[in-house]
Design a protein. Structure first.
Lengths: 245, 245
Protein backbone atom coordinates (compact mmCIF):
# COMPACT_ATOMS: atom_id res chain seq x y z
CA UNK A 1 0.00 0.00 0.00
CA UNK A 2 1.28 3.46 -0.89
CA UNK A 3 1.51 5.52 2.32
CA UNK A 4 -0.86 8.48 2.45
CA UNK A 5 -2.54 7.96 -0.90
CA UNK A 6 -5.80 6.55 0.38
CA UNK A 7 -6.05 9.24 3.05
CA UNK A 8 -5.41 11.89 0.40
CA UNK A 9 -8.18 10.52 -1.84
CA UNK A 10 -10.56 10.24 1.09
CA UNK A 11 -10.00 13.77 2.29
CA UNK A 12 -9.84 15.44 -1.13
CA UNK A 13 -12.53 13.52 -2.99
CA UNK A 14 -14.26 11.24 -0.49
CA UNK A 15 -13.04 8.33 -2.64
CA UNK A 16 -12.51 4.99 -0.86
CA UNK A 17 -11.12 2.07 -2.84
CA UNK A 18 -12.50 -1.42 -2.36
CA UNK A 19 -9.42 -2.94 -3.97
CA UNK A 20 -6.44 -0.77 -2.98
CA UNK A 21 -4.15 -3.06 -4.99
CA UNK A 22 -5.56 -1.32 -8.07
CA UNK A 23 -4.29 1.97 -6.68
CA UNK A 24 -0.85 0.46 -6.08
CA UNK A 25 -0.76 -0.70 -9.68
CA UNK A 26 -1.93 2.67 -10.99
CA UNK A 27 0.81 4.60 -9.18
CA UNK A 28 3.75 2.28 -9.86
CA UNK A 29 6.16 2.78 -12.75
CA UNK A 30 7.96 -0.12 -14.43
CA UNK A 31 11.31 1.16 -13.11
CA UNK A 32 10.13 0.56 -9.54
CA UNK A 33 8.92 -2.94 -10.36
CA UNK A 34 12.32 -3.74 -11.90
CA UNK A 35 14.05 -2.64 -8.70
CA UNK A 36 11.77 -4.85 -6.58
CA UNK A 37 11.66 -8.01 -8.69
CA UNK A 38 10.39 -10.47 -6.09
CA UNK A 39 7.32 -8.62 -4.83
CA UNK A 40 4.99 -9.56 -7.69
CA UNK A 41 4.27 -5.88 -8.40
CA UNK A 42 2.43 -4.60 -11.43
CA UNK A 43 3.10 -1.31 -13.17
CA UNK A 44 0.55 1.19 -14.41
CA UNK A 45 0.63 0.78 -18.18
CA UNK A 46 -2.23 -1.65 -18.74
CA UNK A 47 -4.52 0.22 -16.39
CA UNK A 48 -3.55 3.48 -18.09
CA UNK A 49 -4.56 1.96 -21.44
CA UNK A 50 -8.04 1.50 -20.01
CA UNK A 51 -8.14 4.84 -18.21
CA UNK A 52 -7.32 6.68 -21.42
CA UNK A 53 -10.43 5.23 -23.08
CA UNK A 54 -12.58 5.91 -20.01
CA UNK A 55 -11.56 9.58 -20.09
CA UNK A 56 -12.20 9.84 -23.83
CA UNK A 57 -15.75 8.60 -23.35
CA UNK A 58 -16.66 10.50 -20.20
CA UNK A 59 -15.32 13.79 -21.57
CA UNK A 60 -17.00 13.18 -24.95
CA UNK A 61 -20.33 12.41 -23.36
CA UNK A 62 -20.17 15.46 -21.12
CA UNK A 63 -19.48 17.95 -23.90
CA UNK A 64 -21.91 16.18 -26.26
CA UNK A 65 -24.74 16.71 -23.75
CA UNK A 66 -23.68 20.09 -22.50
CA UNK A 67 -23.36 21.68 -25.93
CA UNK A 68 -26.34 20.25 -27.81
CA UNK A 69 -25.83 22.51 -30.82
CA UNK A 70 -22.06 22.29 -31.14
CA UNK A 71 -21.02 20.71 -34.44
CA UNK A 72 -18.73 17.70 -34.53
CA UNK A 73 -15.63 19.63 -35.61
CA UNK A 74 -15.77 21.88 -32.56
CA UNK A 75 -16.58 19.00 -30.23
CA UNK A 76 -13.50 17.19 -31.54
CA UNK A 77 -11.25 20.22 -31.07
CA UNK A 78 -12.61 20.85 -27.59
CA UNK A 79 -12.13 17.23 -26.56
CA UNK A 80 -8.58 17.25 -27.92
CA UNK A 81 -7.77 20.29 -25.77
CA UNK A 82 -9.29 18.68 -22.69
CA UNK A 83 -7.68 15.26 -22.95
CA UNK A 84 -4.19 16.36 -23.98
CA UNK A 85 -1.06 15.59 -21.99
CA UNK A 86 -0.55 19.13 -20.71
CA UNK A 87 -4.10 19.26 -19.31
CA UNK A 88 -3.94 15.88 -17.61
CA UNK A 89 -0.51 16.67 -16.15
CA UNK A 90 -1.96 19.81 -14.55
CA UNK A 91 -4.91 17.87 -13.16
CA UNK A 92 -2.53 15.27 -11.71
CA UNK A 93 -0.57 18.00 -9.90
CA UNK A 94 -3.74 19.62 -8.64
CA UNK A 95 -4.76 16.24 -7.15
CA UNK A 96 -1.25 15.88 -5.58
CA UNK A 97 -0.78 12.62 -7.48
CA UNK A 98 2.90 13.44 -8.04
CA UNK A 99 3.59 12.79 -4.35
CA UNK A 100 2.54 9.14 -4.51
CA UNK A 101 4.16 7.79 -7.68
CA UNK A 102 6.51 4.83 -7.08
CA UNK A 103 9.60 5.28 -9.24
CA UNK A 104 12.95 3.53 -9.62
CA UNK A 105 15.95 5.41 -8.26
CA UNK A 106 17.32 6.27 -11.69
CA UNK A 107 14.03 7.72 -12.88
CA UNK A 108 13.67 9.66 -9.64
CA UNK A 109 17.12 11.17 -10.10
CA UNK A 110 16.30 12.24 -13.64
CA UNK A 111 13.27 14.13 -12.41
CA UNK A 112 10.61 11.82 -13.89
CA UNK A 113 8.24 12.67 -11.04
CA UNK A 114 7.72 16.15 -12.45
CA UNK A 115 7.61 15.16 -16.14
CA UNK A 116 4.33 16.03 -17.86
CA UNK A 117 4.22 12.71 -19.74
CA UNK A 118 4.42 10.67 -16.52
CA UNK A 119 1.95 12.88 -14.67
CA UNK A 120 -0.47 12.50 -17.58
CA UNK A 121 -0.03 8.71 -17.53
CA UNK A 122 -0.71 8.57 -13.80
CA UNK A 123 -3.83 10.70 -14.13
CA UNK A 124 -5.10 8.24 -16.74
CA UNK A 125 -4.14 5.17 -14.77
CA UNK A 126 -5.80 6.54 -11.63
CA UNK A 127 -9.02 6.99 -13.63
CA UNK A 128 -8.62 3.45 -14.99
CA UNK A 129 -8.27 2.10 -11.44
CA UNK A 130 -11.29 4.08 -10.24
CA UNK A 131 -13.32 2.75 -13.17
CA UNK A 132 -12.36 -0.86 -12.42
CA UNK A 133 -13.03 -0.41 -8.72
CA UNK A 134 -16.26 1.60 -8.80
CA UNK A 135 -17.53 2.01 -12.37
CA UNK A 136 -18.25 4.92 -14.68
CA UNK A 137 -20.42 6.97 -12.33
CA UNK A 138 -17.55 7.28 -9.85
CA UNK A 139 -15.29 8.50 -12.65
CA UNK A 140 -17.88 11.06 -13.74
CA UNK A 141 -18.18 12.31 -10.15
CA UNK A 142 -14.39 12.64 -9.92
CA UNK A 143 -13.88 14.49 -13.20
CA UNK A 144 -16.91 16.66 -12.48
CA UNK A 145 -14.74 18.12 -9.76
CA UNK A 146 -11.36 18.03 -11.49
CA UNK A 147 -11.96 18.60 -15.22
CA UNK A 148 -15.38 20.02 -16.00
CA UNK A 149 -15.12 23.21 -13.90
CA UNK A 150 -12.17 24.19 -16.12
CA UNK A 151 -14.57 24.57 -19.03
CA UNK A 152 -16.30 27.46 -17.28
CA UNK A 153 -12.97 28.82 -16.13
CA UNK A 154 -11.97 29.21 -19.78
CA UNK A 155 -9.06 26.74 -19.91
CA UNK A 156 -10.14 25.38 -23.28
CA UNK A 157 -11.59 28.48 -24.97
CA UNK A 158 -8.72 28.58 -27.46
CA UNK A 159 -9.95 25.27 -28.86
CA UNK A 160 -13.30 26.66 -29.91
CA UNK A 161 -12.56 30.43 -30.30
CA UNK A 162 -13.82 33.14 -27.97
CA UNK A 163 -17.05 33.90 -29.82
CA UNK A 164 -18.13 30.27 -29.52
CA UNK A 165 -16.97 30.13 -25.91
CA UNK A 166 -19.00 33.23 -25.07
CA UNK A 167 -22.05 31.84 -26.83
CA UNK A 168 -21.79 28.53 -24.95
CA UNK A 169 -21.31 30.38 -21.68
CA UNK A 170 -24.29 32.68 -22.16
CA UNK A 171 -26.60 29.97 -23.48
CA UNK A 172 -25.89 27.40 -20.78
CA UNK A 173 -29.36 27.85 -19.34
CA UNK A 174 -31.31 28.73 -22.46
CA UNK A 175 -31.35 30.86 -25.56
CA UNK A 176 -29.93 34.40 -25.27
CA UNK A 177 -29.77 36.79 -28.20
CA UNK A 178 -26.17 37.84 -28.89
CA UNK A 179 -25.29 40.65 -31.27
CA UNK A 180 -22.00 42.07 -32.54
CA UNK A 181 -22.03 45.66 -33.82
CA UNK A 182 -19.52 47.99 -35.37
CA UNK A 183 -19.10 50.87 -32.91
CA UNK A 184 -16.32 52.78 -34.70
CA UNK A 185 -13.88 52.79 -37.59
CA UNK A 186 -10.81 54.91 -37.02
CA UNK A 187 -7.39 55.58 -38.58
CA UNK A 188 -6.34 56.18 -42.20
CA UNK A 189 -7.95 54.25 -45.11
CA UNK A 190 -5.01 51.81 -45.46
CA UNK A 191 -4.60 51.19 -41.72
CA UNK A 192 -8.09 51.02 -40.27
CA UNK A 193 -8.98 50.10 -36.68
CA UNK A 194 -12.36 48.53 -36.08
CA UNK A 195 -14.17 48.68 -32.75
CA UNK A 196 -16.85 46.05 -32.24
CA UNK A 197 -19.23 45.68 -29.31
CA UNK A 198 -20.98 42.52 -28.22
CA UNK A 199 -24.39 42.65 -26.58
CA UNK A 200 -26.37 39.94 -24.83
CA UNK A 201 -30.14 40.44 -24.64
CA UNK A 202 -29.65 44.05 -25.72
CA UNK A 203 -27.03 44.94 -23.07
CA UNK A 204 -23.45 45.63 -24.14
CA UNK A 205 -21.13 43.26 -22.27
CA UNK A 206 -17.84 43.65 -24.14
CA UNK A 207 -15.87 45.72 -26.61
CA UNK A 208 -12.78 45.04 -28.71
CA UNK A 209 -10.51 46.74 -31.22
CA UNK A 210 -8.73 45.08 -34.14
CA UNK A 211 -7.40 45.44 -37.67
CA UNK A 212 -10.40 43.54 -38.97
CA UNK A 213 -13.99 43.19 -37.79
CA UNK A 214 -13.37 39.51 -37.15
CA UNK A 215 -10.40 40.16 -34.87
CA UNK A 216 -12.29 42.93 -33.09
CA UNK A 217 -15.20 40.54 -32.49
CA UNK A 218 -12.90 37.92 -30.95
CA UNK A 219 -11.41 40.59 -28.72
CA UNK A 220 -14.87 41.82 -27.66
CA UNK A 221 -15.94 38.24 -26.89
CA UNK A 222 -12.81 37.68 -24.78
CA UNK A 223 -13.43 40.89 -22.84
CA UNK A 224 -17.03 39.87 -22.20
CA UNK A 225 -16.00 36.39 -21.08
CA UNK A 226 -13.34 37.73 -18.73
CA UNK A 227 -15.71 40.18 -17.15
CA UNK A 228 -18.61 37.70 -16.84
CA UNK A 229 -16.34 35.10 -15.30
CA UNK A 230 -14.95 37.68 -12.90
CA UNK A 231 -18.49 38.39 -11.74
CA UNK A 232 -19.23 34.71 -11.38
CA UNK A 233 -16.09 34.08 -9.36
CA UNK A 234 -17.07 36.87 -7.02
CA UNK A 235 -20.45 35.21 -6.63
CA UNK A 236 -18.85 31.84 -6.06
CA UNK A 237 -16.41 33.25 -3.51
CA UNK A 238 -19.26 35.01 -1.80
CA UNK A 239 -21.20 31.72 -1.72
CA UNK A 240 -18.16 30.00 -0.23
CA UNK A 241 -17.77 32.65 2.46
CA UNK A 242 -21.37 32.19 3.44
CA UNK A 243 -21.04 28.41 3.51
CA UNK A 244 -17.99 28.73 5.73
CA UNK A 245 -19.79 30.92 8.23
CA UNK B 1 -38.61 6.93 -39.76
CA UNK B 2 -36.30 5.02 -42.08
CA UNK B 3 -38.31 2.17 -43.70
CA UNK B 4 -37.17 -1.30 -42.72
CA UNK B 5 -34.37 -0.31 -40.35
CA UNK B 6 -36.18 -1.05 -37.12
CA UNK B 7 -37.42 -4.39 -38.43
CA UNK B 8 -33.87 -5.24 -39.52
CA UNK B 9 -32.47 -4.45 -36.07
CA UNK B 10 -35.26 -6.38 -34.37
CA UNK B 11 -34.83 -9.51 -36.47
CA UNK B 12 -31.00 -9.47 -36.60
CA UNK B 13 -30.18 -8.35 -33.08
CA UNK B 14 -33.41 -8.18 -31.11
CA UNK B 15 -32.73 -4.46 -30.69
CA UNK B 16 -35.76 -2.19 -30.23
CA UNK B 17 -35.24 1.56 -29.98
CA UNK B 18 -37.17 3.62 -27.48
CA UNK B 19 -36.35 6.80 -29.35
CA UNK B 20 -36.29 5.93 -33.07
CA UNK B 21 -35.45 9.56 -33.88
CA UNK B 22 -31.92 8.74 -32.68
CA UNK B 23 -31.75 6.07 -35.37
CA UNK B 24 -32.92 8.55 -38.01
CA UNK B 25 -30.17 10.94 -36.95
CA UNK B 26 -27.55 8.17 -36.93
CA UNK B 27 -28.32 7.09 -40.51
CA UNK B 28 -28.69 10.51 -42.13
CA UNK B 29 -25.86 12.25 -43.94
CA UNK B 30 -25.58 16.05 -44.14
CA UNK B 31 -26.19 15.93 -47.90
CA UNK B 32 -29.68 14.51 -47.28
CA UNK B 33 -30.46 17.18 -44.68
CA UNK B 34 -29.41 19.88 -47.15
CA UNK B 35 -31.80 18.50 -49.77
CA UNK B 36 -34.68 18.49 -47.26
CA UNK B 37 -34.14 21.82 -45.55
CA UNK B 38 -37.58 22.29 -43.96
CA UNK B 39 -37.92 18.99 -42.13
CA UNK B 40 -35.77 19.86 -39.12
CA UNK B 41 -33.56 16.82 -39.73
CA UNK B 42 -30.27 16.15 -37.98
CA UNK B 43 -27.26 14.42 -39.52
CA UNK B 44 -25.10 11.78 -37.95
CA UNK B 45 -21.85 13.59 -37.16
CA UNK B 46 -22.41 14.56 -33.53
CA UNK B 47 -23.75 11.15 -32.62
CA UNK B 48 -20.81 9.55 -34.43
CA UNK B 49 -18.44 11.65 -32.29
CA UNK B 50 -19.95 10.00 -29.25
CA UNK B 51 -20.13 6.51 -30.79
CA UNK B 52 -16.44 6.60 -31.62
CA UNK B 53 -15.59 7.09 -27.93
CA UNK B 54 -18.08 4.42 -26.85
CA UNK B 55 -16.43 1.90 -29.17
CA UNK B 56 -12.95 2.86 -27.98
CA UNK B 57 -13.92 2.16 -24.39
CA UNK B 58 -15.97 -1.00 -24.91
CA UNK B 59 -13.30 -2.57 -27.13
CA UNK B 60 -10.53 -1.49 -24.72
CA UNK B 61 -12.33 -2.91 -21.72
CA UNK B 62 -13.02 -6.19 -23.47
CA UNK B 63 -9.43 -6.86 -24.52
CA UNK B 64 -8.10 -5.56 -21.20
CA UNK B 65 -10.14 -8.17 -19.34
CA UNK B 66 -9.81 -10.96 -21.85
CA UNK B 67 -6.02 -10.79 -22.08
CA UNK B 68 -4.98 -10.19 -18.47
CA UNK B 69 -1.29 -10.65 -19.23
CA UNK B 70 -1.07 -8.72 -22.50
CA UNK B 71 1.26 -5.72 -22.20
CA UNK B 72 0.06 -2.24 -23.08
CA UNK B 73 1.88 -2.07 -26.42
CA UNK B 74 0.09 -5.12 -27.75
CA UNK B 75 -3.26 -4.02 -26.33
CA UNK B 76 -2.82 -0.73 -28.16
CA UNK B 77 -1.94 -2.42 -31.47
CA UNK B 78 -4.82 -4.85 -31.14
CA UNK B 79 -7.30 -2.07 -30.38
CA UNK B 80 -6.02 -0.06 -33.33
CA UNK B 81 -6.66 -3.02 -35.64
CA UNK B 82 -10.14 -3.54 -34.24
CA UNK B 83 -11.36 0.04 -34.32
CA UNK B 84 -9.94 1.06 -37.69
CA UNK B 85 -12.04 2.27 -40.61
CA UNK B 86 -11.68 -0.90 -42.69
CA UNK B 87 -12.90 -3.08 -39.79
CA UNK B 88 -15.89 -0.90 -38.95
CA UNK B 89 -16.85 -0.64 -42.63
CA UNK B 90 -16.96 -4.45 -42.85
CA UNK B 91 -19.06 -4.68 -39.68
CA UNK B 92 -21.48 -2.09 -41.12
CA UNK B 93 -21.92 -4.16 -44.29
CA UNK B 94 -22.39 -7.34 -42.28
CA UNK B 95 -25.19 -5.61 -40.35
CA UNK B 96 -26.72 -4.39 -43.68
CA UNK B 97 -26.43 -0.80 -42.48
CA UNK B 98 -25.54 0.33 -46.02
CA UNK B 99 -29.15 -0.26 -47.09
CA UNK B 100 -30.58 2.32 -44.71
CA UNK B 101 -28.29 5.35 -45.03
CA UNK B 102 -30.09 8.52 -46.13
CA UNK B 103 -27.93 10.33 -48.68
CA UNK B 104 -28.33 13.35 -50.96
CA UNK B 105 -28.72 12.59 -54.66
CA UNK B 106 -25.25 13.81 -55.59
CA UNK B 107 -23.57 11.65 -52.94
CA UNK B 108 -25.67 8.68 -53.99
CA UNK B 109 -24.57 9.12 -57.60
CA UNK B 110 -20.92 9.26 -56.59
CA UNK B 111 -21.23 5.91 -54.79
CA UNK B 112 -20.89 7.23 -51.24
CA UNK B 113 -23.13 4.42 -49.97
CA UNK B 114 -20.34 1.90 -50.59
CA UNK B 115 -17.45 4.10 -49.39
CA UNK B 116 -15.54 2.64 -46.43
CA UNK B 117 -15.28 6.02 -44.68
CA UNK B 118 -19.05 6.52 -44.70
CA UNK B 119 -19.79 2.93 -43.67
CA UNK B 120 -17.36 3.32 -40.78
CA UNK B 121 -19.02 6.59 -39.72
CA UNK B 122 -22.45 4.98 -39.79
CA UNK B 123 -21.26 2.03 -37.72
CA UNK B 124 -19.97 4.49 -35.12
CA UNK B 125 -23.08 6.65 -35.20
CA UNK B 126 -25.33 3.59 -34.81
CA UNK B 127 -23.36 2.63 -31.71
CA UNK B 128 -23.65 6.21 -30.44
CA UNK B 129 -27.43 6.08 -30.91
CA UNK B 130 -27.67 2.71 -29.18
CA UNK B 131 -25.63 4.05 -26.27
CA UNK B 132 -27.85 7.11 -25.88
CA UNK B 133 -31.00 5.02 -26.16
CA UNK B 134 -30.08 2.04 -24.00
CA UNK B 135 -26.70 2.54 -22.35
CA UNK B 136 -23.37 0.74 -22.38
CA UNK B 137 -24.62 -2.77 -21.66
CA UNK B 138 -26.72 -2.76 -24.84
CA UNK B 139 -23.63 -1.70 -26.81
CA UNK B 140 -21.58 -4.48 -25.25
CA UNK B 141 -24.28 -7.02 -26.15
CA UNK B 142 -24.31 -5.74 -29.74
CA UNK B 143 -20.55 -5.77 -30.28
CA UNK B 144 -20.28 -9.12 -28.53
CA UNK B 145 -22.10 -10.43 -31.57
CA UNK B 146 -20.54 -8.22 -34.25
CA UNK B 147 -16.94 -7.50 -33.22
CA UNK B 148 -15.65 -9.84 -30.53
CA UNK B 149 -16.16 -13.15 -32.42
CA UNK B 150 -13.72 -11.80 -35.04
CA UNK B 151 -10.96 -12.03 -32.47
CA UNK B 152 -11.31 -15.81 -32.35
CA UNK B 153 -11.74 -15.90 -36.11
CA UNK B 154 -8.27 -14.38 -36.47
CA UNK B 155 -9.19 -11.06 -38.08
CA UNK B 156 -6.74 -9.14 -35.94
CA UNK B 157 -3.91 -11.63 -35.53
CA UNK B 158 -1.58 -9.51 -37.66
CA UNK B 159 -1.75 -6.81 -34.99
CA UNK B 160 -0.25 -9.02 -32.32
CA UNK B 161 1.71 -11.64 -34.33
CA UNK B 162 0.71 -15.29 -34.71
CA UNK B 163 2.63 -16.62 -31.72
CA UNK B 164 0.82 -14.24 -29.41
CA UNK B 165 -2.49 -14.96 -31.14
CA UNK B 166 -1.99 -18.71 -30.67
CA UNK B 167 -1.07 -18.24 -27.04
CA UNK B 168 -4.15 -16.11 -26.37
CA UNK B 169 -6.32 -18.64 -28.18
CA UNK B 170 -4.98 -21.64 -26.30
CA UNK B 171 -4.98 -19.93 -22.93
CA UNK B 172 -8.51 -18.54 -23.10
CA UNK B 173 -9.70 -20.94 -20.45
CA UNK B 174 -6.55 -21.34 -18.40
CA UNK B 175 -2.85 -21.95 -18.57
CA UNK B 176 -1.59 -24.32 -21.25
CA UNK B 177 2.09 -25.15 -21.71
CA UNK B 178 3.24 -24.17 -25.22
CA UNK B 179 6.61 -25.20 -26.61
CA UNK B 180 8.43 -24.46 -29.86
CA UNK B 181 11.11 -26.96 -30.95
CA UNK B 182 13.56 -27.20 -33.79
CA UNK B 183 12.58 -30.30 -35.78
CA UNK B 184 15.05 -29.99 -38.65
CA UNK B 185 17.74 -27.86 -40.26
CA UNK B 186 18.20 -28.46 -43.98
CA UNK B 187 19.98 -26.97 -47.01
CA UNK B 188 23.51 -25.64 -47.42
CA UNK B 189 25.30 -23.71 -44.65
CA UNK B 190 24.70 -20.30 -46.29
CA UNK B 191 21.04 -20.97 -47.17
CA UNK B 192 19.56 -22.86 -44.26
CA UNK B 193 15.90 -23.84 -43.84
CA UNK B 194 14.62 -24.27 -40.31
CA UNK B 195 11.62 -26.41 -39.42
CA UNK B 196 9.95 -25.63 -36.10
CA UNK B 197 7.10 -27.42 -34.41
CA UNK B 198 4.74 -26.02 -31.84
CA UNK B 199 3.23 -28.23 -29.16
CA UNK B 200 0.45 -27.52 -26.69
CA UNK B 201 0.39 -29.63 -23.53
CA UNK B 202 2.90 -31.97 -25.14
CA UNK B 203 0.96 -32.55 -28.37
CA UNK B 204 2.30 -31.15 -31.66
CA UNK B 205 -0.34 -28.88 -33.21
CA UNK B 206 1.58 -27.09 -35.95
CA UNK B 207 4.76 -27.01 -38.01
CA UNK B 208 6.45 -24.32 -40.11
CA UNK B 209 9.50 -23.77 -42.29
CA UNK B 210 11.49 -20.55 -42.65
CA UNK B 211 14.87 -18.96 -43.27
CA UNK B 212 15.17 -18.21 -39.55
CA UNK B 213 13.86 -19.93 -36.42
CA UNK B 214 11.74 -16.88 -35.70
CA UNK B 215 10.03 -16.99 -39.10
CA UNK B 216 9.53 -20.75 -38.81
CA UNK B 217 7.90 -20.28 -35.39
CA UNK B 218 5.47 -17.70 -36.76
CA UNK B 219 4.62 -20.06 -39.60
CA UNK B 220 4.09 -22.97 -37.18
CA UNK B 221 1.85 -20.82 -34.99
CA UNK B 222 -0.22 -19.76 -38.01
CA UNK B 223 -0.65 -23.37 -39.10
CA UNK B 224 -1.73 -24.37 -35.59
CA UNK B 225 -4.20 -21.48 -35.39
CA UNK B 226 -5.71 -22.28 -38.78
CA UNK B 227 -6.15 -25.92 -37.93
CA UNK B 228 -7.55 -25.28 -34.42
CA UNK B 229 -9.99 -22.71 -35.75
CA UNK B 230 -11.06 -25.11 -38.50
CA UNK B 231 -11.88 -27.69 -35.85
CA UNK B 232 -13.79 -25.16 -33.82
CA UNK B 233 -15.82 -24.01 -36.82
CA UNK B 234 -16.77 -27.61 -37.54
CA UNK B 235 -17.91 -27.94 -33.94
CA UNK B 236 -19.86 -24.70 -34.16
CA UNK B 237 -21.49 -25.71 -37.46
CA UNK B 238 -22.36 -29.07 -36.02
CA UNK B 239 -23.91 -27.38 -33.02
CA UNK B 240 -25.92 -25.15 -35.36
CA UNK B 241 -27.18 -28.11 -37.37
CA UNK B 242 -28.35 -29.79 -34.21
CA UNK B 243 -30.05 -26.64 -33.01
CA UNK B 244 -31.87 -26.33 -36.33
CA UNK B 245 -33.22 -29.85 -36.17
Amino acid sequence: MIPGLQAELASQFDIHFNRPELLDEAFTQASYVNEHPHQGLKFYERIEFLGDAVLQLTVSEYIYRRYPEMPQGKLTRLRAAMVQEASFAKFALECHFDRYIRLGKGEEKEGARHRASLLCDIFESFVGALYLDQGKDAVVAFISRVIFPKLDAGWFDHAIDYKTALQEWLQRDGDVHIEYDLAAETGPENDRDFTMTVAAAGKIIGQGIGKSKKIAEQSAALQALTSLRGQQETLVDHGRDQADN
